[in-house]
Design a protein around this ligand. Structure first.
Ligand code: ATP
Ligand code: MG
Length: 561
Protein backbone atom coordinates (compact mmCIF):
# COMPACT_ATOMS: atom_id res chain seq x y z
CA UNK A 1 0.00 0.00 0.00
CA UNK A 2 2.72 2.45 0.95
CA UNK A 3 5.59 3.89 -1.04
CA UNK A 4 3.19 5.73 -3.22
CA UNK A 5 5.63 8.57 -3.75
CA UNK A 6 5.28 8.34 -7.50
CA UNK A 7 1.52 7.96 -7.43
CA UNK A 8 -0.65 10.87 -8.55
CA UNK A 9 -3.11 12.35 -6.11
CA UNK A 10 -6.66 11.95 -7.22
CA UNK A 11 -9.12 14.08 -5.29
CA UNK A 12 -11.73 16.78 -5.72
CA UNK A 13 -9.06 19.44 -6.23
CA UNK A 14 -7.60 17.51 -9.14
CA UNK A 15 -11.07 17.46 -10.70
CA UNK A 16 -11.42 21.20 -10.23
CA UNK A 17 -8.02 21.78 -11.81
CA UNK A 18 -8.85 19.59 -14.79
CA UNK A 19 -12.16 21.39 -15.29
CA UNK A 20 -10.47 24.78 -15.01
CA UNK A 21 -7.95 23.85 -17.65
CA UNK A 22 -10.65 22.41 -19.90
CA UNK A 23 -12.84 25.50 -19.58
CA UNK A 24 -9.88 27.82 -20.16
CA UNK A 25 -10.19 29.62 -16.79
CA UNK A 26 -6.51 28.94 -16.19
CA UNK A 27 -3.58 28.13 -18.41
CA UNK A 28 -0.96 27.38 -15.77
CA UNK A 29 -1.53 25.82 -12.36
CA UNK A 30 0.04 28.00 -9.72
CA UNK A 31 -0.34 27.33 -6.00
CA UNK A 32 1.35 28.67 -2.88
CA UNK A 33 2.10 27.47 0.63
CA UNK A 34 1.52 30.35 3.05
CA UNK A 35 2.94 29.59 6.52
CA UNK A 36 2.90 32.15 9.27
CA UNK A 37 6.42 32.29 10.75
CA UNK A 38 5.22 32.05 14.32
CA UNK A 39 6.32 28.50 15.04
CA UNK A 40 7.76 25.37 13.48
CA UNK A 41 5.91 23.32 10.88
CA UNK A 42 4.09 20.24 12.12
CA UNK A 43 2.70 17.09 10.53
CA UNK A 44 -0.53 18.94 9.69
CA UNK A 45 1.44 21.43 7.64
CA UNK A 46 3.07 18.51 5.83
CA UNK A 47 -0.37 17.67 4.48
CA UNK A 48 -0.87 21.22 3.20
CA UNK A 49 2.68 21.35 1.77
CA UNK A 50 2.22 18.09 -0.11
CA UNK A 51 -1.13 19.22 -1.49
CA UNK A 52 0.16 22.64 -2.56
CA UNK A 53 3.38 21.40 -4.15
CA UNK A 54 2.18 18.07 -5.53
CA UNK A 55 -1.10 19.31 -7.03
CA UNK A 56 0.91 21.94 -8.92
CA UNK A 57 3.64 19.51 -9.92
CA UNK A 58 1.39 16.75 -11.19
CA UNK A 59 -0.36 19.31 -13.38
CA UNK A 60 2.84 20.80 -14.78
CA UNK A 61 2.53 23.88 -12.57
CA UNK A 62 4.52 25.61 -9.86
CA UNK A 63 4.14 26.43 -6.16
CA UNK A 64 5.37 29.53 -4.33
CA UNK A 65 6.45 29.81 -0.75
CA UNK A 66 4.92 32.86 0.87
CA UNK A 67 5.42 33.81 4.48
CA UNK A 68 2.31 35.32 5.93
CA UNK A 69 3.96 37.92 8.13
CA UNK A 70 1.03 40.24 8.80
CA UNK A 71 1.19 39.71 12.56
CA UNK A 72 4.60 41.11 13.59
CA UNK A 73 4.32 40.53 17.33
CA UNK A 74 4.56 36.74 17.07
CA UNK A 75 6.88 36.32 14.12
CA UNK A 76 10.56 35.60 14.04
CA UNK A 77 13.32 34.89 11.52
CA UNK A 78 14.25 31.72 13.44
CA UNK A 79 10.88 30.35 12.31
CA UNK A 80 11.42 31.51 8.72
CA UNK A 81 14.69 29.57 8.52
CA UNK A 82 13.26 26.46 10.16
CA UNK A 83 10.25 26.46 7.82
CA UNK A 84 12.46 26.63 4.73
CA UNK A 85 14.67 23.84 6.02
CA UNK A 86 11.67 21.60 6.69
CA UNK A 87 10.05 22.14 3.29
CA UNK A 88 13.36 21.41 1.55
CA UNK A 89 13.80 18.32 3.69
CA UNK A 90 10.43 17.05 2.47
CA UNK A 91 11.90 17.45 -1.00
CA UNK A 92 9.97 20.44 -2.32
CA UNK A 93 11.42 23.44 -4.07
CA UNK A 94 10.04 26.90 -4.68
CA UNK A 95 13.01 27.92 -6.90
CA UNK A 96 13.33 31.69 -6.65
CA UNK A 97 9.70 32.21 -5.70
CA UNK A 98 10.03 32.93 -2.00
CA UNK A 99 7.87 35.84 -0.94
CA UNK A 100 6.59 37.58 2.14
CA UNK A 101 3.18 39.14 2.61
CA UNK A 102 5.23 42.12 3.79
CA UNK A 103 6.66 42.48 0.26
CA UNK A 104 3.20 43.77 -0.61
CA UNK A 105 2.60 46.19 2.27
CA UNK A 106 3.01 49.21 -0.05
CA UNK A 107 0.56 47.73 -2.53
CA UNK A 108 -1.89 46.74 0.21
CA UNK A 109 -1.80 50.33 1.40
CA UNK A 110 -2.34 51.72 -2.09
CA UNK A 111 -5.26 49.34 -2.66
CA UNK A 112 -6.78 50.41 0.66
CA UNK A 113 -6.62 54.03 -0.50
CA UNK A 114 -8.35 52.97 -3.71
CA UNK A 115 -11.08 51.20 -1.73
CA UNK A 116 -11.65 54.36 0.31
CA UNK A 117 -11.83 56.46 -2.86
CA UNK A 118 -14.36 54.01 -4.29
CA UNK A 119 -16.47 54.29 -1.15
CA UNK A 120 -15.66 50.69 -0.15
CA UNK A 121 -13.73 51.25 3.06
CA UNK A 122 -13.95 53.59 6.03
CA UNK A 123 -12.08 54.51 9.19
CA UNK A 124 -13.78 53.29 12.35
CA UNK A 125 -13.59 55.23 15.62
CA UNK A 126 -15.64 52.84 17.76
CA UNK A 127 -13.70 50.88 20.35
CA UNK A 128 -13.11 47.18 19.82
CA UNK A 129 -15.83 46.47 22.36
CA UNK A 130 -18.33 48.72 20.62
CA UNK A 131 -17.48 47.21 17.26
CA UNK A 132 -18.28 43.82 18.73
CA UNK A 133 -21.59 45.06 20.14
CA UNK A 134 -22.57 46.54 16.75
CA UNK A 135 -21.73 43.34 14.94
CA UNK A 136 -24.97 41.58 15.90
CA UNK A 137 -25.42 37.90 16.52
CA UNK A 138 -26.08 34.74 14.57
CA UNK A 139 -29.79 35.53 14.63
CA UNK A 140 -29.67 39.33 14.52
CA UNK A 141 -28.12 41.54 11.88
CA UNK A 142 -25.45 44.02 12.88
CA UNK A 143 -25.95 47.78 13.12
CA UNK A 144 -24.18 50.34 10.98
CA UNK A 145 -21.46 52.24 12.77
CA UNK A 146 -22.07 56.00 13.11
CA UNK A 147 -18.74 56.41 11.25
CA UNK A 148 -19.74 54.25 8.32
CA UNK A 149 -20.75 57.15 6.13
CA UNK A 150 -17.89 59.55 6.65
CA UNK A 151 -16.86 61.46 3.56
CA UNK A 152 -14.21 59.99 1.33
CA UNK A 153 -11.98 63.00 2.01
CA UNK A 154 -12.22 62.53 5.76
CA UNK A 155 -11.51 58.79 5.43
CA UNK A 156 -8.45 59.46 3.27
CA UNK A 157 -7.15 62.00 5.76
CA UNK A 158 -7.71 59.73 8.78
CA UNK A 159 -6.20 56.67 7.10
CA UNK A 160 -3.08 58.65 6.24
CA UNK A 161 -2.88 59.84 9.84
CA UNK A 162 -3.20 56.23 10.98
CA UNK A 163 -0.22 55.39 8.80
CA UNK A 164 1.72 58.41 10.08
CA UNK A 165 1.40 57.28 13.66
CA UNK A 166 -0.98 59.98 14.84
CA UNK A 167 -3.23 57.57 16.71
CA UNK A 168 -2.63 55.09 19.48
CA UNK A 169 -2.60 51.33 18.91
CA UNK A 170 -6.16 50.08 18.59
CA UNK A 171 -7.64 53.57 18.52
CA UNK A 172 -8.91 53.20 14.95
CA UNK A 173 -9.24 50.55 12.30
CA UNK A 174 -9.93 50.60 8.60
CA UNK A 175 -13.00 48.55 7.71
CA UNK A 176 -14.27 47.21 4.43
CA UNK A 177 -17.76 48.56 3.76
CA UNK A 178 -19.69 45.44 2.82
CA UNK A 179 -22.89 44.50 4.60
CA UNK A 180 -23.68 44.71 8.33
CA UNK A 181 -26.74 42.52 7.78
CA UNK A 182 -24.94 39.70 6.01
CA UNK A 183 -25.60 36.26 7.46
CA UNK A 184 -21.85 35.74 7.15
CA UNK A 185 -20.05 37.54 9.99
CA UNK A 186 -16.93 37.87 7.90
CA UNK A 187 -18.82 40.25 5.62
CA UNK A 188 -20.11 42.55 8.39
CA UNK A 189 -17.62 45.27 7.57
CA UNK A 190 -14.47 43.35 8.57
CA UNK A 191 -11.33 45.17 9.67
CA UNK A 192 -8.71 45.32 6.95
CA UNK A 193 -6.09 47.47 8.71
CA UNK A 194 -5.16 47.91 12.35
CA UNK A 195 -2.73 50.13 14.21
CA UNK A 196 0.06 48.21 15.92
CA UNK A 197 3.43 49.49 17.01
CA UNK A 198 5.51 46.35 16.80
CA UNK A 199 8.90 45.82 15.28
CA UNK A 200 8.45 43.71 12.18
CA UNK A 201 11.06 41.06 11.40
CA UNK A 202 11.44 42.47 7.88
CA UNK A 203 10.04 45.97 7.68
CA UNK A 204 11.32 47.05 11.10
CA UNK A 205 9.55 50.19 12.27
CA UNK A 206 8.50 51.39 8.83
CA UNK A 207 4.84 50.65 9.49
CA UNK A 208 2.62 51.17 12.49
CA UNK A 209 -0.42 49.90 10.60
CA UNK A 210 -0.69 46.33 9.38
CA UNK A 211 -3.14 44.73 6.93
CA UNK A 212 -5.28 41.90 8.26
CA UNK A 213 -4.66 38.40 6.91
CA UNK A 214 -8.06 38.22 5.19
CA UNK A 215 -7.18 41.33 3.24
CA UNK A 216 -3.48 40.73 2.55
CA UNK A 217 -3.87 37.09 1.59
CA UNK A 218 -6.03 37.46 -1.54
CA UNK A 219 -3.88 40.39 -2.61
CA UNK A 220 -0.71 38.29 -2.29
CA UNK A 221 -2.38 35.50 -4.24
CA UNK A 222 -3.48 37.83 -7.02
CA UNK A 223 -0.13 39.62 -7.29
CA UNK A 224 1.64 36.27 -7.61
CA UNK A 225 -0.82 35.01 -10.25
CA UNK A 226 -1.93 32.13 -8.06
CA UNK A 227 -4.58 30.09 -9.85
CA UNK A 228 -5.72 27.82 -7.00
CA UNK A 229 -5.40 29.06 -3.43
CA UNK A 230 -5.68 25.89 -1.36
CA UNK A 231 -6.31 26.13 2.36
CA UNK A 232 -8.02 24.38 5.24
CA UNK A 233 -11.73 24.36 5.97
CA UNK A 234 -11.73 27.03 8.65
CA UNK A 235 -11.31 29.53 5.81
CA UNK A 236 -14.45 28.41 4.02
CA UNK A 237 -16.55 31.16 5.61
CA UNK A 238 -13.86 33.66 4.69
CA UNK A 239 -14.05 32.83 0.99
CA UNK A 240 -16.80 35.41 0.26
CA UNK A 241 -14.49 38.05 1.76
CA UNK A 242 -11.55 36.72 -0.27
CA UNK A 243 -13.64 37.10 -3.41
CA UNK A 244 -14.95 40.51 -2.35
CA UNK A 245 -11.44 41.91 -1.85
CA UNK A 246 -10.29 40.74 -5.27
CA UNK A 247 -13.39 42.05 -6.99
CA UNK A 248 -13.40 45.39 -5.15
CA UNK A 249 -9.76 46.02 -6.07
CA UNK A 250 -10.55 44.94 -9.60
CA UNK A 251 -8.12 42.12 -10.34
CA UNK A 252 -8.72 40.47 -13.68
CA UNK A 253 -8.86 36.69 -13.75
CA UNK A 254 -8.58 36.47 -9.95
CA UNK A 255 -7.41 33.38 -8.04
CA UNK A 256 -9.99 31.04 -6.51
CA UNK A 257 -9.85 29.60 -3.02
CA UNK A 258 -10.60 25.93 -2.29
CA UNK A 259 -10.70 24.34 1.12
CA UNK A 260 -9.85 20.86 2.40
CA UNK A 261 -10.06 19.26 5.85
CA UNK A 262 -7.20 19.70 8.29
CA UNK A 263 -5.19 16.71 9.34
CA UNK A 264 -5.96 15.58 12.86
CA UNK A 265 -3.93 12.71 14.24
CA UNK A 266 -4.56 10.63 17.35
CA UNK A 267 -2.22 11.27 20.31
CA UNK A 268 -0.96 14.36 18.51
CA UNK A 269 -1.38 18.11 18.92
CA UNK A 270 -1.49 20.08 15.69
CA UNK A 271 -1.67 23.61 16.98
CA UNK A 272 1.41 25.81 16.90
CA UNK A 273 0.17 27.76 19.89
CA UNK A 274 -0.02 24.63 22.03
CA UNK A 275 3.26 23.29 20.72
CA UNK A 276 4.86 26.62 21.66
CA UNK A 277 3.46 26.18 25.17
CA UNK A 278 5.10 22.77 25.43
CA UNK A 279 8.41 24.35 24.43
CA UNK A 280 8.05 27.38 26.69
CA UNK A 281 7.04 25.31 29.71
CA UNK A 282 9.97 22.95 29.26
CA UNK A 283 7.72 19.93 28.75
CA UNK A 284 9.95 19.11 25.79
CA UNK A 285 13.54 20.11 25.06
CA UNK A 286 12.61 22.32 22.11
CA UNK A 287 10.66 22.47 18.85
CA UNK A 288 12.83 19.63 17.55
CA UNK A 289 12.37 17.35 20.54
CA UNK A 290 11.83 13.89 19.00
CA UNK A 291 8.46 13.66 20.76
CA UNK A 292 7.16 16.74 18.98
CA UNK A 293 4.91 16.32 15.91
CA UNK A 294 6.95 19.05 14.22
CA UNK A 295 8.80 18.11 11.06
CA UNK A 296 12.08 18.84 12.82
CA UNK A 297 11.04 16.61 15.73
CA UNK A 298 9.91 13.80 13.45
CA UNK A 299 13.17 14.11 11.48
CA UNK A 300 15.21 13.74 14.66
CA UNK A 301 13.10 10.82 15.74
CA UNK A 302 14.02 9.13 12.47
CA UNK A 303 11.07 9.83 10.18
CA UNK A 304 11.84 10.09 6.48
CA UNK A 305 10.29 12.39 3.87
CA UNK A 306 9.18 9.33 1.89
CA UNK A 307 7.17 7.97 4.81
CA UNK A 308 5.48 11.32 5.40
CA UNK A 309 4.59 11.83 1.73
CA UNK A 310 3.29 8.25 1.47
CA UNK A 311 1.15 8.96 4.48
CA UNK A 312 -0.33 12.16 3.07
CA UNK A 313 -1.15 10.37 -0.18
CA UNK A 314 -2.79 7.53 1.68
CA UNK A 315 -5.05 9.72 3.82
CA UNK A 316 -6.19 11.62 0.74
CA UNK A 317 -7.81 15.02 0.47
CA UNK A 318 -11.43 15.64 1.30
CA UNK A 319 -13.73 18.11 2.94
CA UNK A 320 -14.92 15.78 5.67
CA UNK A 321 -13.69 16.18 9.23
CA UNK A 322 -11.69 13.17 10.33
CA UNK A 323 -9.11 12.01 12.81
CA UNK A 324 -6.40 9.79 11.41
CA UNK A 325 -4.91 6.97 13.46
CA UNK A 326 -1.27 7.62 14.36
CA UNK A 327 -0.74 3.92 13.67
CA UNK A 328 -1.12 4.66 9.95
CA UNK A 329 1.72 7.20 9.98
CA UNK A 330 3.89 4.70 11.83
CA UNK A 331 2.90 1.99 9.38
CA UNK A 332 4.12 4.09 6.45
CA UNK A 333 7.43 4.58 8.23
CA UNK A 334 7.88 0.90 9.04
CA UNK A 335 6.99 0.00 5.52
CA UNK A 336 9.85 2.11 4.26
CA UNK A 337 12.41 1.28 6.94
CA UNK A 338 11.75 -2.40 6.48
CA UNK A 339 13.16 -1.98 2.99
CA UNK A 340 15.97 0.46 3.74
CA UNK A 341 17.26 0.16 7.30
CA UNK A 342 20.31 -1.96 8.07
CA UNK A 343 19.96 -4.56 10.84
CA UNK A 344 22.22 -4.30 13.83
CA UNK A 345 22.33 -6.30 17.03
CA UNK A 346 21.89 -4.25 20.18
CA UNK A 347 20.85 -5.50 23.60
CA UNK A 348 18.68 -2.96 25.41
CA UNK A 349 18.41 -4.70 28.77
CA UNK A 350 21.46 -6.91 29.11
CA UNK A 351 21.63 -10.28 30.84
CA UNK A 352 25.07 -11.90 30.99
CA UNK A 353 25.43 -15.34 29.44
CA UNK A 354 28.61 -17.40 29.91
CA UNK A 355 29.20 -20.25 27.47
CA UNK A 356 31.08 -22.70 29.64
CA UNK A 357 32.38 -25.03 26.95
CA UNK A 358 33.57 -22.21 24.66
CA UNK A 359 37.37 -21.95 24.84
CA UNK A 360 38.64 -19.17 27.13
CA UNK A 361 40.17 -16.28 25.26
CA UNK A 362 38.85 -17.44 21.88
CA UNK A 363 37.06 -15.04 19.58
CA UNK A 364 35.41 -15.57 16.25
CA UNK A 365 34.48 -12.95 13.74
CA UNK A 366 31.35 -13.67 11.72
CA UNK A 367 31.00 -11.93 8.40
CA UNK A 368 27.32 -10.99 8.18
CA UNK A 369 25.11 -9.09 5.80
CA UNK A 370 23.07 -6.41 7.56
CA UNK A 371 21.32 -5.03 4.49
CA UNK A 372 17.60 -5.67 4.06
CA UNK A 373 18.17 -5.87 0.32
CA UNK A 374 19.50 -9.20 -0.85
CA UNK A 375 20.88 -7.74 -4.05
CA UNK A 376 22.71 -4.96 -2.20
CA UNK A 377 24.50 -6.67 0.67
CA UNK A 378 26.36 -4.68 3.31
CA UNK A 379 28.75 -6.87 5.23
CA UNK A 380 30.07 -6.20 8.69
CA UNK A 381 32.27 -8.11 11.12
CA UNK A 382 30.36 -9.39 14.13
CA UNK A 383 32.59 -10.67 16.96
CA UNK A 384 31.63 -13.61 19.18
CA UNK A 385 33.26 -14.81 22.40
CA UNK A 386 32.69 -16.79 25.57
CA UNK A 387 30.66 -14.14 27.38
CA UNK A 388 27.72 -12.51 25.64
CA UNK A 389 24.72 -10.38 26.51
CA UNK A 390 21.19 -11.30 25.65
CA UNK A 391 17.95 -9.42 26.36
CA UNK A 392 16.66 -9.96 29.89
CA UNK A 393 13.24 -10.65 28.44
CA UNK A 394 14.70 -13.47 26.32
CA UNK A 395 15.22 -15.61 29.42
CA UNK A 396 12.55 -16.95 31.77
CA UNK A 397 13.27 -19.13 34.75
CA UNK A 398 9.65 -20.25 35.03
CA UNK A 399 8.59 -20.02 31.42
CA UNK A 400 5.06 -19.45 30.35
CA UNK A 401 3.39 -21.99 28.04
CA UNK A 402 4.78 -21.62 24.50
CA UNK A 403 7.77 -19.57 25.63
CA UNK A 404 10.38 -20.55 23.05
CA UNK A 405 13.24 -18.36 24.11
CA UNK A 406 15.93 -19.30 26.64
CA UNK A 407 14.77 -21.25 29.71
CA UNK A 408 16.38 -23.79 32.06
CA UNK A 409 17.56 -26.79 30.00
CA UNK A 410 16.13 -25.12 26.89
CA UNK A 411 17.98 -24.59 23.64
CA UNK A 412 17.83 -21.51 21.39
CA UNK A 413 19.58 -20.22 18.32
CA UNK A 414 21.78 -17.15 18.65
CA UNK A 415 21.28 -15.25 15.40
CA UNK A 416 24.19 -15.96 13.01
CA UNK A 417 26.19 -17.73 15.76
CA UNK A 418 25.40 -21.01 17.57
CA UNK A 419 22.73 -23.02 19.34
CA UNK A 420 23.12 -22.70 23.10
CA UNK A 421 21.51 -24.67 25.92
CA UNK A 422 20.90 -23.26 29.37
CA UNK A 423 22.61 -25.29 32.12
CA UNK A 424 22.61 -23.15 35.23
CA UNK A 425 21.41 -19.80 36.54
CA UNK A 426 22.97 -17.47 39.07
CA UNK A 427 20.86 -15.09 41.16
CA UNK A 428 21.67 -12.14 43.35
CA UNK A 429 20.54 -11.82 46.96
CA UNK A 430 17.13 -10.48 45.84
CA UNK A 431 16.54 -13.57 43.74
CA UNK A 432 16.98 -11.85 40.41
CA UNK A 433 18.75 -13.84 37.71
CA UNK A 434 22.01 -12.04 36.96
CA UNK A 435 23.90 -14.62 34.97
CA UNK A 436 23.06 -17.64 32.89
CA UNK A 437 25.49 -20.44 32.10
CA UNK A 438 25.09 -22.30 28.85
CA UNK A 439 26.87 -24.76 26.60
CA UNK A 440 27.07 -24.35 22.84
CA UNK A 441 27.04 -26.86 20.02
CA UNK A 442 30.09 -26.23 17.79
CA UNK A 443 28.26 -28.00 14.94
CA UNK A 444 25.77 -25.15 14.65
CA UNK A 445 28.27 -22.50 13.58
CA UNK A 446 26.56 -19.52 11.92
CA UNK A 447 23.29 -20.62 13.50
CA UNK A 448 22.89 -23.55 11.12
CA UNK A 449 20.94 -26.73 11.83
CA UNK A 450 23.21 -29.46 13.31
CA UNK A 451 23.87 -32.78 11.49
CA UNK A 452 21.28 -34.56 13.65
CA UNK A 453 18.63 -32.26 12.23
CA UNK A 454 17.65 -30.96 15.65
CA UNK A 455 15.39 -27.91 15.49
CA UNK A 456 14.90 -25.04 17.93
CA UNK A 457 11.91 -22.75 18.05
CA UNK A 458 13.54 -19.68 19.56
CA UNK A 459 16.00 -17.34 17.86
CA UNK A 460 17.44 -14.46 19.84
CA UNK A 461 19.94 -11.65 19.35
CA UNK A 462 23.10 -11.16 21.38
CA UNK A 463 26.24 -9.05 21.67
CA UNK A 464 29.73 -10.21 22.63
CA UNK A 465 30.43 -8.72 26.06
CA UNK A 466 34.08 -8.07 25.52
CA UNK A 467 33.45 -6.27 22.22
CA UNK A 468 30.22 -4.47 23.17
CA UNK A 469 30.03 -0.71 23.12
CA UNK A 470 27.80 1.25 25.45
CA UNK A 471 25.31 3.50 23.70
CA UNK A 472 22.72 5.85 25.11
CA UNK A 473 19.27 4.94 23.94
CA UNK A 474 16.22 7.10 24.28
CA UNK A 475 12.99 5.17 24.24
CA UNK A 476 10.11 7.40 23.22
CA UNK A 477 6.41 6.89 23.64
CA UNK A 478 3.53 9.15 22.67
CA UNK A 479 3.63 12.51 24.40
CA UNK A 480 -0.04 12.11 25.37
CA UNK A 481 -1.88 9.23 26.96
CA UNK A 482 -5.25 10.03 25.40
CA UNK A 483 -6.05 9.58 21.68
CA UNK A 484 -7.45 13.12 21.79
CA UNK A 485 -4.80 15.09 23.69
CA UNK A 486 -7.32 17.91 24.11
CA UNK A 487 -9.85 15.67 25.85
CA UNK A 488 -10.71 17.75 28.89
CA UNK A 489 -10.90 16.11 32.24
CA UNK A 490 -12.83 18.24 34.79
CA UNK A 491 -11.74 21.71 33.78
CA UNK A 492 -8.31 20.48 32.80
CA UNK A 493 -6.63 20.63 29.45
CA UNK A 494 -4.05 18.84 27.33
CA UNK A 495 -1.30 19.45 29.89
CA UNK A 496 -3.15 16.96 32.13
CA UNK A 497 -2.90 14.28 29.46
CA UNK A 498 0.88 14.23 29.21
CA UNK A 499 2.45 10.79 29.29
CA UNK A 500 4.91 10.62 32.21
CA UNK A 501 6.73 7.81 30.38
CA UNK A 502 7.18 9.58 27.06
CA UNK A 503 10.97 9.38 27.44
CA UNK A 504 13.11 6.67 29.06
CA UNK A 505 16.90 6.79 28.98
CA UNK A 506 18.80 3.53 28.98
CA UNK A 507 22.35 2.41 28.29
CA UNK A 508 22.40 -0.44 25.81
CA UNK A 509 25.11 -2.88 24.69
CA UNK A 510 25.73 -2.68 20.96
CA UNK A 511 27.86 -4.50 18.45
CA UNK A 512 30.86 -2.34 17.46
CA UNK A 513 29.78 -1.85 13.82
CA UNK A 514 26.80 0.19 15.03
CA UNK A 515 29.20 3.09 15.50
CA UNK A 516 29.82 3.27 11.75
CA UNK A 517 26.41 4.88 11.29
CA UNK A 518 26.01 8.46 10.15
CA UNK A 519 24.17 11.08 12.20
CA UNK A 520 20.50 10.97 11.33
CA UNK A 521 20.75 7.49 9.79
CA UNK A 522 18.16 4.83 10.58
CA UNK A 523 18.75 1.21 11.38
CA UNK A 524 16.84 -1.66 12.87
CA UNK A 525 17.94 -3.03 16.21
CA UNK A 526 17.09 -6.62 15.41
CA UNK A 527 13.82 -7.66 17.11
CA UNK A 528 13.70 -4.37 19.06
CA UNK A 529 12.57 -1.66 16.68
CA UNK A 530 13.88 1.04 14.39
CA UNK A 531 16.36 3.51 15.78
CA UNK A 532 18.12 6.60 14.51
CA UNK A 533 21.50 8.06 15.45
CA UNK A 534 20.53 11.40 16.96
CA UNK A 535 21.64 14.22 14.68
CA UNK A 536 21.85 16.81 17.42
CA UNK A 537 23.12 15.56 20.78
CA UNK A 538 25.06 12.48 19.73
CA UNK A 539 28.87 12.64 19.79
CA UNK A 540 31.64 10.18 18.93
CA UNK A 541 32.38 9.76 22.65
CA UNK A 542 28.73 9.43 23.58
CA UNK A 543 26.55 8.04 20.79
CA UNK A 544 22.83 8.56 21.29
CA UNK A 545 20.10 6.60 19.54
CA UNK A 546 16.44 7.55 19.37
CA UNK A 547 13.84 4.86 19.10
CA UNK A 548 11.96 5.85 15.98
CA UNK A 549 9.23 3.25 16.17
CA UNK A 550 8.73 -0.25 17.50
CA UNK A 551 8.33 -3.21 15.16
CA UNK A 552 4.73 -3.99 16.00
CA UNK A 553 2.53 -2.72 13.19
CA UNK A 554 -0.88 -2.24 14.76
CA UNK A 555 -2.34 -0.63 11.66
CA UNK A 556 -1.41 -3.57 9.48
CA UNK A 557 -2.77 -5.96 12.05
CA UNK A 558 -6.13 -4.23 12.20
CA UNK A 559 -6.42 -3.76 8.46
CA UNK A 560 -5.17 -7.09 7.28
CA UNK A 561 -7.19 -9.05 9.70
P1 ATP B 1 -1.78 26.42 13.72
O1 ATP B 1 -3.24 26.27 14.01
O2 ATP B 1 -0.98 25.25 14.10
O3 ATP B 1 -1.18 27.70 14.20
P2 ATP B 1 -2.05 27.62 11.18
O4 ATP B 1 -3.11 27.17 10.27
O5 ATP B 1 -2.29 28.90 11.86
O6 ATP B 1 -1.72 26.43 12.14
P3 ATP B 1 -0.23 28.49 9.19
O7 ATP B 1 1.21 28.74 9.29
O8 ATP B 1 -1.12 29.64 8.96
O9 ATP B 1 -0.65 27.71 10.49
O10 ATP B 1 -0.52 27.35 8.12
C1 ATP B 1 -0.02 27.35 6.83
C2 ATP B 1 -0.89 26.45 6.00
O11 ATP B 1 -0.91 25.15 6.56
C3 ATP B 1 -2.31 26.94 5.93
O12 ATP B 1 -2.74 26.88 4.59
C4 ATP B 1 -3.06 25.98 6.80
O13 ATP B 1 -4.35 25.82 6.31
C5 ATP B 1 -2.24 24.71 6.68
N1 ATP B 1 -2.39 23.86 7.87
C6 ATP B 1 -2.15 24.19 9.15
N2 ATP B 1 -2.47 23.18 9.99
C7 ATP B 1 -2.91 22.15 9.20
C8 ATP B 1 -3.40 20.83 9.45
N3 ATP B 1 -3.51 20.34 10.68
N4 ATP B 1 -3.77 20.08 8.38
C9 ATP B 1 -3.66 20.55 7.14
N5 ATP B 1 -3.23 21.78 6.83
C10 ATP B 1 -2.86 22.59 7.84
MG1 MG C 1 -2.79 30.57 10.30
Amino acid sequence: MCNENEARMTNFIQEIIENDIASGRVKEIHTRFPPEPNGYLHIGHAKAICIDFLMAKQNGGICNLRFDDTNPSKEDTEYVDAIMEDIRWLGFDWDDRMFYASNYFDKCYAFAVKLIKDGKAYVEDLSAEEVRAYRGTLTEPGKDSPYRNRSIAENLDLFEKMKDGQFADGQKILRAKIDMASPNFNLRDPAIYRILRANHHRTGDKWCIYPMYDYAHPIGDALEDISHSLCTLEFEDHRPLYDWVLEAIGFENPPHQYEFARLNLTYTLTSKRKLLELVENGVVSGWDDPRMPTLSGLRRLGYTPTAIIDFVKMIGVSKAYSVVDLALLEHCLRDELNKTAKRHMVVLEPLKVVIDNYPDGQEEIFDVNISPLEDKPVNIKRPFSKVIYIEKSDFMENPAHKYFRLKPQGEVRLINAYFITCQEIIKDETGEVIEVHCTYDPQTRGGSTPPDGRKVKGTIHWVSAQHAVDVDVRLYENLFTTPDPNAASEGGDYMDNLNPNSLTHIIAKAEPALLDMQAGENCQFVRMGYFCLDAKDSTVEKPIFNRTVTLKDTWKKINEG
